[in-house]
Design a protein around this ligand. Structure first.
Ligand SMILES: Cc1ncc(COP(=O)(O)O)c(C=O)c1O
Length: 428
């Protein structure tokens, strides 16, 4: 296979590095995780992404899971165009956001009232603030390896020792911002119960990805989530599901509908914007009513509920029927089954971790329950080689190990068969 021509990408990146930090606007795009120079993208259509050198790729990154209908889906693009022609932002309430709010409150079991924001980070940050305002408590619990955006209080490394005290994973965050953050191992019921028992009167909320997608894919154990639900309810602690990645991904009601567990608050992002920047948080009426203008918790945004985003998002969500999910999930399950059967048959210590259309590679055959397991099964070197092997075969994956990859409604059986063949040819 001849290496793809990347000359224009190289030139553009050299240019970008002169004016943008590291040549990018989000660190993972720099390809630090896979080496080499980033590909500069030009346009997307269906399941395909095209770079500035004219190479095409079947895209499994899909803007980090946002593009459930693939690139430039007709209905969503028409909705965006039609809306743009009537003005792009009013800083006032529009019918679009009311319709969107009605749609989401009907679809997602936990959401009585919703507030739209502009990113997943804003959603989690604001959900934590309203939880603290509601409970008048300050401590928060998160789980090692879960990512909730770049909010200071959540940007922590794994908990250390018995105290589960987190330390910051970024410079520029005062210790005081994370002094109230406890970070616990995912899927460990005993540590969770002990920690809540010790701090119950100080804990405002627990935030969790019900299916973790930022340490590779790790679905939470149902019993673990049930205990989490019971113990938070008993101690009047707000339970937040961060469904920025899982929301509308495999089911119209998100992971909470799939597990049958209803949190107090839910954070959304990615898919609900139909490819535009978005976030949302919502949940129990009595908690959400603590927000201004009804209550004393302040949170605001110039572009929140932007009509172009709302109309495009709504046009997207309206296409997500149960038949759509059935077919999409089935294609994903077939791919995972086929690849894992191949790894087992050939005695290759690699597995595809998956929860329906969320998937990731593990360079080990150990069972993965938490962040420590995920790190043990990670290999930057092997992922780097796999990533470029796939690029050379016209396949684009997220440019970092421990990131999830996704399929969209536009990925055909043939696309997935080609992906299977390309992966197998790497490991043979
Ligand atoms: C689970 C989860 N929460 C929050 C975020 C942050 O969202 P955003 O990048 O829109 O700020 C992400 C981003 O990938 C995410 O995966």
């Amino acid at each position: 296979m001849v290496d793809k021509v990347k000359k224009r990408s190289l030139d553009h990146i050299a240019d970008a590095q002169k004016v943008m930090v590291g040549g990018v606007n989000s660190p993972v795009r720099s390809f630090k995780g896979v080496g080499g120079s980033p590909l500069v993208m030009e346009y997307g259509k269906g399941a395909k992404l095209f770079d500035v050198d004219g190479n095409s790729y079947t895209d499994y990154c899909l803007s980090w899971g946002a593009l459930i209908l693939g690139h430039s889906p007709r209905n969503a693009i028409l909705a965006a165009k039609k809306t743009v022609e009537r003005g792009t932002s009013f800083g006032a309430t529009t019918r679009a956001e009311i319709e969107m709010a009605k749609f989401i409150t009907r679809a997602v079991p936990s959401i009585d009232l919703i507030r739209f924001v502009n990113s997943g980070t804003e959603a989690t940050m604001s959900a934590i603030r309203v939880s603290r305002g509601f409970t008048k408590r300050h401590k928060i619990i998160k789980f090692d390896g879960c990512y909730h955006g770049h909010f200071d209080d959540l940007l922590t490394t794994a908990g250390s020792g018995v105290a589960n005290l987190a330390s910051s994973s970024s410079l520029g965050i005062p210790d005081s911002h994370i002094a109230n953050t406890l970070s616990l191992p995912y899927n460990n019921t005993q540590v969770l119960v002990d920690t809540i028992e010790r701090h119950k009167n100080d804990i405002a909320c627990v935030i969790i990805e019900p299916v973790a997608g930022n340490m590779g894919v790790i679905p939470a154990e149902k019993e673990f989530l049930k205990t989490l639900r019971d113990i938070t309810k008993k101690n009047k602690i707000v339970l937040i599901f961060d469904e920025v990645m899982t929301g509308f991904r495999n089911h119209i009601g998100g992971a909470q509908a799939e597990y049958g567990i209803v949190p107090d608050l839910t954070c959304l992002g990615k898919i609900i914007g139909g490819g535009f920047p978005v976030g949302a948080y919502g949940g129990r009426k009595d908690i959400m009513e603590c927000l201004a203008p009804l209550g004393g918790v302040y949170q605001a945004g110039t572009f929140s509920g932007n009509p172009v985003v709302m109309r495009t998002g709504l046009a997207t969500l309206k296409l997500l029927s149960s038949d759509f999910y059935r077919s999409l999930n089935e294609r994903a399950e077939n791919l995972s089954r086929e690849l894992n059967a191949f790894f087992i048959e050939k005695h290759i210590p690699v597995r595809l971790s998956h929860f329906k259309t969320m998937m990731s590679f593990r360079f080990s055959d150990i069972s993965i329950q938490n962040y420590d397991d995920a790190c043990m099964a990670a290999s930057d070197q092997k992922y780097r080689e796999l990533f470029w092997h796939l690029v050379d075969r016209g396949i684009y994956m997220p440019p970092a190990d421990l990131e999830a990859f996704f399929i969209s409604g536009m990925h055909t059986k043939k696309d997935l068969a080609d992906l299977g063949t390309a992966i197998k040819s790497f490991f043979k």
